[in-house]
Ligand binder design. Structure first.
Ligand SMILES: Cc1ncc(COP(=O)(O)O)c(C=O)c1O
Length: 400
């Protein structure tokens, strides 16, 4: 990736030594996104979907055009995209609305051992309805073992919800095969695409999933925006998730009729500036080209893995994947948080913890790990600096 891409991110001008390797947590923001927010509040601000005056109509148009841009970017032609607060809220929406009317005692939900808590806890809530949750297991390499997928999906399975890319191992889920089996049994599929949309080309129509959830802040947009693609048929089938202004057609003291389409699921004042920032983030991704981004990030991860493989006492979480934008590891004998503190002294930002994936960490018998995740702005020197800091850390803790 050229220097001109990194130079579009003001944070690296302010902190010249910053080595930011935490994009899976949240990405830094390009100047176009920052300017879009500034410009909206300075000269375009109004609430959206309410007033009919020019300022409000224009703001609403900007908000709605973000939805169209997003649909085109993800080839989400067979449904629509609802804006939420984050991926977590998007996944809660699916679990709550599906659970309410489409799940009964004894029904099964299929998840995987790779899931982020956002794609487990909302389904766990449904256990009070006596619903069983099954998990596709992870093998020692951190790959999903789908050899028994046909027997895991039974005639009691009512929905399958899986991550597109693991936020701990960086591996892609073999969605095609799983969705094929699901389709043959008419089972809806929900995908948590939070770690995918900024790193690989996503084609929702081709995936043919029912739901696809993600967050704007991990794809170079502002915080406060989540997205949920939902196939057309679910808009009518689902009851609203939240009640309030904007999601109704008519209200009286006895009855309420709800709005149609996306409005039914966007209650209250929406984060207009943040949503609009997402349009600029997508423009940035389109200009930089997702295939260039993927190639660049894969090269960096591949470079990091080969350097790590030459160091002693590095324990990866699963077998790291060169075709990825992230991986996780530990240094034998040093707590991940201590390592991360040493990194910080060298201005290196790497997340330490369980990354909201305790099921996976427990499977590997560890409490925490360090996650290296790259974005469009990273360069090989960032990986070199990280490796230097690992050596320093080992020296400090007297580990070889
Ligand atoms: C795979 C995955 N799913 C869901 C989430 C939740 O995203 P958010 O905190 O933006 O709701 C994350 C965040 O790290 C994630 O990595």
């Amino acid at each position: 990736m050229s220097i001109s891409v990194t130079s579009q991110f003001p944070i690296f001008k302010k902190y010249k030594k910053l080595v930011y390797l935490d994009s899976a947590n949240s990405s830094q923001k390009p100047i176009s996104v920052i300017n879009a927010i500034d410009n909206f509040y300075r000269s375009k601000y109004s609430n959206i979907g309410r007033g009919v005056y020019t300022l409000a109509a224009n703001a609403t148009e900007d908000y709605e055009s973000t939805r169209s841009t997003l649909k085109e970017f993800l080839k989400a032609y067979n449904g629509d995209i609802i804006f939420t607060k984050n991926a977590t809220e998007s996944l809660n929406l699916v679990a709550k609305c599906f659970g309410e009317n489409f799940l009964n005692s004894g029904d099964e939900i299929l998840l995987s051992e790779l899931e982020h808590h956002s794609n487990y806890v909302p389904w766990h809530f449904l256990r009070k309805k006596k619903i069983m949750i099954k998990f596709i297991p992870v093998n020692k390499d951190g790959n999903l073992d789908i050899t028994n997928i046909k027997s895991l999906i039974t005639n009691k399975t009512k929905i399958i919800s899986l991550t597109h890319i693991s936020n701990v191992t960086g591996k892609k889920t073999p969605l095609k095969k799983i969705i094929e089996v699901a389709k043959s049994k008419n089972i809806p599929v929900c995908i948590d695409g939070t770690q995918a949309v900024a790193h690989t080309a996503v084609n929702i129509k081709e995936l043919d999933c029912d739901f696809y959830a993600f967050s704007g802040h991990k794809m170079y947009a502002a915080t406060g925006v989540g997205c949920l693609f939902m196939k057309d048929k679910w808009f009518e089938k689902f009851n609203p998730f939240l009640g309030g202004g904007g999601m109704i057609q008519d209200v009286d003291i006895k009855n309420i009729t709800f709005a149609n389409g996306v409005s039914k699921f966007e209650a209250g004042t929406m984060p207009a500036a943040e949503v609009i920032s997402l349009k600029f983030a997508i423009d940035f991704l389109k200009t930089t080209k997702i295939k260039n981004i993927e190639k660049h990030e894969n090269e960096l991860i591949s470079y990091a893995i080969s350097k790590f493989n030459k160091m002693k006492n590095i324990i990866f979480v699963g077998k790291p994947d060169k075709s990825s934008s992230l991986f996780s590891f530990n240094i034998k004998g040093i707590h991940a948080h201590d390592v991360s503190t040493v990194f910080d002294q060298d201005s290196i930002a790497v997340r330490a913890g369980h990354h909201c994936c305790q099921i996976l960490h427990k499977k590997f018998n560890i409490a925490s790990s360090l996650r290296v995740s790259v974005g469009v702005y990273n360069v090989k020197q960032d990986i070199d600096a990280l490796c230097e800091s690992i050596l320093k850390c080992k020296k400090l803790f007297k580990i070889q």
